[in-house]
Design a protein around this ligand. Structure first.
Ligand code: PLP
Length: 421
């Protein structure tokens, strides 16, 4: 395997190639292949970007057809047939059945672009500057979104430039099971001397991805929505990782029956791993002036095409939703068994998640690294998350076959035992 040029030329900032130091060449569904013929099962799936698997044949066909017809690829934010088809599909397949009404902002194509746009919109729409985020939240690493990201590793990488305009309150469960952390937030909001500037918006992941698969309770989310309404604060749900079906509903907040003012999606939105993001906003919040927020890559027609194909294929009925719930229970069951075995061996461990966004918390980054490194040797790609990397995170494609799912779980189970026996 020829890796010298990769090691020599690519910046030290690279990450995943350190955990998985092989050269990948092909992929299909939940399977990855290296140039020298090794096969891996993929429980990472582009950190939640490949919910429909690698090179999904149905989505690929739409892409190939579009390219071979000389469909326009780049159109700035001009109107294109591909954009019109995407918006029509989004409205018909996603919004109408859910009784939702949003306008769509197409910012640059990454998650952090969408978060930057969302928090700036909250500021423009309210005339207030402050954003409230939650402990362990991860919303991106550009300056605006970084201000709402908790992890010190990313925050310290600004070279000493302070991030501004956001502060943190405790996420659900942060103070232990018996404290409702929203009591604190609500008290601060009602206290003229509490030190919290009246926020423009609150940004939240309903299940924190990078922060450790921390699941916000349904009642807690409902109460958060109510607090936001009572105080005229915009509720921004960052559904970049938890959205597009990951938790078993297209939007992760559907489980709680809440209606955010602003939503961000990216990662699996294109359905094919193409860069794509959008911000959804209640129509009356659309206070943007033309061109006030721009970017060259706002109209990536290939991503419109694959995104529309993915919505039509997977969200016109509830087959995938039900399948995600079923497969989620398979992962939950196995993670619980692995956690029980680890706990018996003196390594306290527990399982948590929603749908197919699941974590195995082994309480130590070192132990999690040992298990995932062993899993890689045994043919499984899976990463860790959490404040100290102590949570092993399953983000397998939602469309994974039962055989691949069980094989991946078998590998993880055996790897935990090999790594810690
Ligand atoms: N928001 C959430 C919830 C994420 O999980 C991520 C990335 O992991 C981002 C924002 C940032 O997305 P990107 O890495 O595409 O900038």
């Amino acid at each position: 395997m020829q890796t010298q040029i990769l090691e020599r030329m690519e910046s030290d900032v690279r990450t995943y190639s350190r955990s998985f130091p092989v050269v990948f060449s092909k992929a299909q569904g939940a399977r990855l292949h290296t140039e020298d013929g090794q096969r891996y099962i993929d429980f990472l799936a582009g950190a939640g970007t490949l919910n429909y698997g690698h090179n999904n044949p149905k989505i690929k066909q739409a892409l190939v057809d579009y390219i071979t017809s000389d469909g326009i690829v780049h159109g700035l934010d001009m109107w294109t047939e591909a954009k019109r088809d995407y918006l029509e599909t989004l409205e018909n397949v996603i919004f109408k059945p859910r009784n939702l009404n949003y306008k769509v902002h197409l910012p640059g194509p990454t998650g952090t672009n969408a978060v930057e746009a969302a928090i700036r919109l909250a500021r423009v729409a309210t005339g207030r500057h402050h954003i409230v985020s939650f402990t362990n939240g991860f919303h991106g690493v550009t300056m605006g979104s970084l201000a709402t990201t908790g992890n010190r590793k990313f925050r310290e990488a600004t070279g000493g430039i302070p991030t501004q305009g956001a502060s943190f309150v405790p996420f659900d469960g942060y103070m232990g099971d018996h404290v409702d952390t929203l009591d604190y937030f609500e008290k601060l909001l009602g206290d003229n001397s509490g030190g919290l500037d009246r926020p423009a918006g609150v940004i939240i992941e309903t299940v924190q991805g990078e922060g450790g698969i921390n699941v916000a309770g349904i009642d807690w989310l409902k109460r958060l929505e109510q607090i936001c309404r009572d105080h005229e604060i915009l509720l921004i749900v960052d559904d970049i990782q938890a959205g597009c079906g990951r938790t078993g509903k297209f939007f992760s907040f559907e489980h709680a029956g809440i209606t955010p003012d602003i939503i961000t999606n990216s990662k699996s939105l294109s359905g094919y791993g193409l860069p794509f993001a959008h911000v959804l906003m209640r129509p009356e919040l659309d206070k943007w002036k033309p061109g006030q927020y721009n970017g060259t890559f706002r109209g990536f027609a290939l991503a419109f095409t694959t995104a529309a194909a993915a919505l039509r294929e997977y969200w016109s009925n509830d087959v995938l939703e039900r399948d995600v719930q079923r497969k989620g229970r398979i992962v939950e069951d196995r993670f619980q068994k692995i956690a029980a075995w680890l706990s018996e061996k003196g390594h306290p461990a527990s399982e948590r998640g929603r749908g197919l966004m699941r974590g195995l918390d082994v309480a130590s980054g070192d132990i999690a690294d040992k298990i995932t490194a062993q899993a890689f040797k045994n043919g499984l790609i899976i990463e860790t998350c959490g404040s100290d990397g102590q949570v092993i995170k399953c983000l397998c494609p939602l469309t994974i076959s039962d055989e691949d799912l069980v094989e991946g779980l078998d590998i993880l189970d055996a790897s935990a035992k090999e790594a810690l026996s």
